[in-house]
Design a protein. Structure first.
Length: 348
């Protein structure tokens, strides 16, 4: 997929051109920085985080998220046999929906099927590939940016016109705060998440020697196609027990059931630079996935060769396939109600 030549056009002082999509629409990059020097870059294609630089005690900074230097690479990544969704916003429904089908108000909806006969991360053209619009930006203490996306009824077969507002905030306590709010013109289902791959040793390293903690006693049981069975598994003293820190596993793709919302969901620690990341959320689960492999097809930032252990995702969200399991937390957004999702990522 070729990107059209960038043409001259005026941007706001805090905007930077990131190229044009094949249809000719401009993509922009935005930057936030707090008083400590923590820096965040976002592009409005997919409301995607492209860079998160953390200042270290030695005066250097480390970029702790995977990504690409060019728009063309982000577009091509969705053509890989396993699209990585680097830094993207995922919706309307994060995770898998069995057979791409659910029933709401006695009406059966059949979604786009893009993963072994199932729907994954919103289908073929989810929120990760959409152009979001700048709604608001602040440069004062705790700088923030709000992006918005309008998803018309029938997009990827979902019912209801859905309006989503997403705010990224960098607090002066080195918190990355991610807040979603959404409303719909009719009853629908919603499950949004953020899909950054984190690596506290730098995006071009690997996470094998970093320590993972997950504040959960249970996980969602799934089939060999990663579809929930409806059961929850006790994980004490199993390979999935991360209540005490363990090395990041070479392979994990599981949803953990969280407890009290005021408690942390998960954490990652890197002894090399004494950097720790802690995740808090108001969501019922956190899906943890280790990966980032670009199959030597696309180079990452600074010509990095991303591999299966390049990064780890903390996808705070509802459970996959929630619309098809009555005892799972409801994923239904009623007309007139508001969907809210808040996740706080502390790095220090």
């Amino acid at each position: 997929m070729k990107i059209k030549n960038v043409v001259e056009f005026k941007t706001k002082p805090f905007e930077k051109s990131f190229g044009l999509i094949p249809e000719g629409e401009a993509v922009f990059s935005y930057q936030l920085m707090n008083k400590n020097g923590m820096k965040l870059k976002i592009m409005n294609l997919g409301a995607t985080i492209t860079e998160l630089k953390i200042p270290l005690n030695n005066g250097k900074k480390v970029d702790v998220v995977l990504g690409f230097d060019k728009l063309d690479s982000y577009l091509k990544s969705f053509e890989l046999k396993s699209a990585p969704y680097f830094g993207a916003t995922v919706g309307r429904f994060a995770g898998r929906i069995n057979n791409g089908t659910f029933v709401l108000n006695d009406t059966t909806t059949v979604l786009d099927k893009n993963n072994n006969g199932h729907s994954l991360h919103g289908g073929n053209n989810g929120f990760s590939q959409a152009i979001w619009r700048l709604k608001n930006r602040t440069d004062i203490e705790n700088p923030s940016i709000t992006l918005t996306y309008f998803s018309p009824s029938g997009e990827s077969k979902y019912p209801g016109d859905l309006t989503v507002n997403l705010t990224y905030t960098l607090s002066e306590e080195n918190e990355l705060i991610v807040e979603y709010k959404a409303t719909s013109t009719q009853d629908t289902i919603v499950n949004l998440t953020h899909h950054s791959y984190f690596n506290l040793d730098g995006h071009s390293s690997n996470v094998a020697n970093q320590e993972l903690t997950v504040n959960a006693n249970r996980l969602v049981e799934t089939t060999n196609e990663n579809i929930p069975t409806g059961r929850f598994l006790e994980i004490e003293n199993t390979q999935f027990d991360f209540l005490t820190p363990k090395k990041v596993p070479s392979k994990i793709d599981n949803t953990f059931v969280l407890g009290k919302k005021e408690e942390f969901a998960a954490s990652l620690f890197n002894a090399n630079n004494n950097l720790k990341m802690t995740v808090f959320t108001n969501q019922p689960g956190v899906h943890i996935y280790v990966g980032g492999n670009s199959f030597n097809m696309i180079k990452g930032k600074e010509k990095a060769a991303y591999h299966p252990l390049s990064g780890i995702c903390f996808e705070t969200q509802n459970f996959p396939d929630a619309p098809n399991h009555e005892h799972f937390p409801s994923a239904v957004l009623k007309k007139g109600d508001q969907y809210t999702h808040k996740t706080i990522i502390v790095v220090r």
